[in-house]
Design a protein around this ligand. Structure first.
Ligand SMILES: Nc1nc2c(c(=O)[nH]1)N(C=O)[C@@H](CNc1ccc(C(=O)N[C@@H](CCC(=O)O)C(=O)O)cc1)CN2
Ligand SMILES: Nc1ncnc2c1ncn2[C@@H]1O[C@H](COP(=O)(O)OP(=O)(O)OP(=O)(O)O)[C@@H](O)[C@H]1O
Length: 203
């Protein structure tokens, strides 16, 4: 087995364990975690200063950023959600959420705004990008669902060294921290991880 295969296998195993862990949280624990997450992030300058913010609709036991999303909308900020493109495969864009939103279900059975190119915003023009994590470590390495959607969406941004970049935040339950995430060459490190118990600034 190649080194790459071994790494993928390790990541797949870790993904399975950590997804099981977050899915075992009770509705009460999830509710409390969402409130704590809000308290950790709402007062931070990165949130207060941001005008264009990307969140996600929690599924699969993910920590829910819905309170932050609602606060952002109430403060007149623009909010975006990830939308999987009809084509090509593995393309994901960020589309503005509107009050009269029309929804669709993507190939993973996740609800997303109905595809509308006029409301999509290039990733490098976002101020804050909150990514759902399956796992993370203290070095800022992340483990996602395994589709590589965020990695691919961020890749051009890293390659061209844009002057403007969104602040990259990972959101997770504190119980999703591990000692070390086995990393891939294309992985993009986070600037901070926000959990229900801390705002972890990373190196
Ligand atoms: N809330 C939320 N929305 C999101 C993401 C996310 O991680 N969280 N995504 C971030 O990327 C995209 C969806 N990515 C996904 C990538 C892989 C799988 C997945 O592999 N699911 C299968 C396992 C493999 C399979 O059978 O195909 C599963 O559910 O078991 C699901 C979603 C877009 N929207
Ligand atoms: N920049 C990229 N260019 C091409 N392929 C990529 C890129 N990033 C990731 N991939 C592909 O996506 C697959 C999944 O990547 P990875 O395990 O890093 O996903 P993840 O970080 O868990 O998921 P996500 O980024 O969706 O949160 C990899 O096996 C790889 O083939």
């Amino acid at each position: 087995m190649s080194q790459q295969d071994e790494l993928n296998q390790q990541r797949a195993l870790l993904r399975k364990q950590l997804r099981r862990k977050r899915n075992s949280l009770s509705p009460q624990q999830q509710h409390a975690a969402a409130q704590s997450l809000y308290r950790q992030l709402a007062q931070q300058l990165v949130f207060r200063r941001a005008q264009h913010l990307a969140f996600y609709l929690a599924c699969d036991g993910e920590i829910s950023p819905h309170l932050l999303l609602e606060a952002a909308l109430n403060q007149g900020k623009q909010v975006y959600l990830p939308v999987i493109a009809p084509w090509p495969k593995y393309k994901m864009v960020f589309q503005q959420l509107l009050p009269d939103e029309l929804w669709e279900t993507n190939s993973y059975a996740i609800t997303q705004p109905r595809w509308n190119p006029q409301r999509q915003r290039p990733i490098w023009t976002l101020d804050l990008l909150c990514m759902p994590l399956v796992g993370f470590d203290r070095a800022g390495n992340r483990l996602g669902m395994g589709g590589g959607y965020y990695d691919r969406a961020l890749a051009p941004l890293i390659a061209h060294e844009h002057i403007k970049m969104p602040t990259l935040l990972g959101l997770a339950h504190a119980c999703q921290e591990v000692e070390q995430i086995p990393t891939q060459s294309w992985d993009i490190a986070l600037q901070a991880v926000v959990t229900d118990s801390a705002y972890l600034l990373l190196s």
